[in-house]
Design a protein around this ligand. Sequence first.
Ligand code: SF4
Length: 447
Amino acid sequence: MTASPTLPIVPKAAPKISFVSLGCPKALVDSERILTHLRAEGYELARRHDGADVVIVNTCGFLDSAKAESLSAIGEAMAENGRVIVTGCMGAQPEEIREKYPNLLAVTGPQAYESVVAAVHEAVPPAHDPFFDLVPPQGVKLTPRHYAYLKISEGCNNRCTFCIIPSLRGDLVSRPAGDVLREAEKLVKAGVKELLVVSQDTSAYGVDIRYATSPWQGREVRAKFYDLAAELGELGAWVRMHYVYPYPHVDEVIPLMAEGKILPYLDMPLQHASPSVLKRMRRPGNQEKQLERIRRWREVCPDLAIRSTFIVGFPGETEAEFEELLGWIREAKLERVGCFEYEPVGGAVANGLGDLVPPEVKAERKRRFMEAQQSVSARLQKARVGKRLPVIIDAVAGGVAKGRSKYDAPEIDGNVHVTSRRPLRVGDIVTVKIERADAYDLYGSAV
Ligand code: SF4
C-alpha cells in the first residue's frame, strides 16, 4: 500500500450570514453581540438573504404591530433563502412563530446568544481559518462608527401592566460596572464619539446586585447610576442617558450634566400624567412631584433636554384623564415627545383593566396631544435660533451635512442641517450657528 499524498488544504469560503435586526436599541445591542461572536468565528455578513448560508432574524415582540413586522421579516427570509433562525423577544413565544413557519431551523428566545450561535454552527459550521479570527476589539457595530449603544443591564423589575417585557426578558440583571466601563473605553478608543446608555430601566442599574463594586483602573466602582455616569463622563465621549425613570436618586446625576461631564439629556418614558391612569399602568407616579422634580432639575441644569413617550387610549382612559395629560404636557414643556396609541399586546394585564378605547377616539386623542406638544416644541426650537451649538455629524451629502445637537438622540429626535465652507466628515463635532428652526429640526452654518 502506498502512502496517499498530503492533500493541500483548500481554504473553504467563509460561511455567510444575512442578519435582520428589528426592535429597540436593546435588541440592536443583542444583534451586535451575536454578530461579534460569529465574526470572531469567521462568519461573514451577507448583504442579501439570497446567497447567504443562513439568515438570522432578531425579532421584536413588544407590540402587536412589532410582532406583525417580525413575522413578515421571517416570511421574507423564508421566501428568499429558506434557511432561517429566529431569535429575540418574539422567540419567547415559539409556538406562534412555528405555527406560521414550521420549517425554521431554530427559534431561540431573547438574550439566548449561545443558542443562536449553536443553531448557526449546526446549520453551517464555521470555517477554520485563523485569518477569520480577526475581529475588531470593540466588536461588530450595527450603528455608524461614531456612536454606539452601551447596554448596562438586561430585564426589568417593574411590572407595568401594558408591558410583557419582564415576562419575555426576566428580572433585572445588571452588568458589573467594570465590564461596562471596559466596553465603553474600547468603543471610545475605536473612534466612537457618543455612547448611548440603554437598558429597560437605567436608573435602577445595580439594584439587583446591591450596587456591588468591581475593579476599574485600579479602583473599585459601584454599579450605581451616579457612579457609572460619573465614570463614563471621564472617557472623553458624549454620554447620553436613555430609559431613565424619575426616581429621587436621579437628582444626583443632574449636576454632572450641568458640569458638562455627560450630555444634558434625559430620555424618560413617562407614559401618562393622570394619577389614576398611572395607577392602572402600575407606574410610579405622582405627577405633581414629577413637575416639581423637573423644575428643580432645570434650576440645576437650565440646558437640560427631556424626551418622553406617552400612551393615549389606555384601557378605560376617560376624556377627563386625557385632559389631565394635555394640561401636564403644556406645563412640563418637554423638549421632545412621542405619542403612541395603546395597543392591546397579547398577554398584557392592561387589556382587562377597563373598556378598550375605540380606535377613532385614540386617533383623535393622539392628534390633540401632538398639536399641544407642537406648540411647546415650536417655542423651544425657536429659542435655539441665534445660539452656537456643538453638533455631531451623522451624514454628509452634496455639501450639506446632517447632525444632532446635545439635545437630540439618533433615530428618535430632530436633526441639525449644517452648511459649511470646509468639508465635514461623519463623526466630526463642530460648532454650528443656528439660523432657523422648524418644529423638529434646526438649520445653521458651521463656524
Ligand atoms: S419599566 Fe415597565 S414598560 Fe419598561 S420594561 Fe419594565 S415593565 Fe416594561
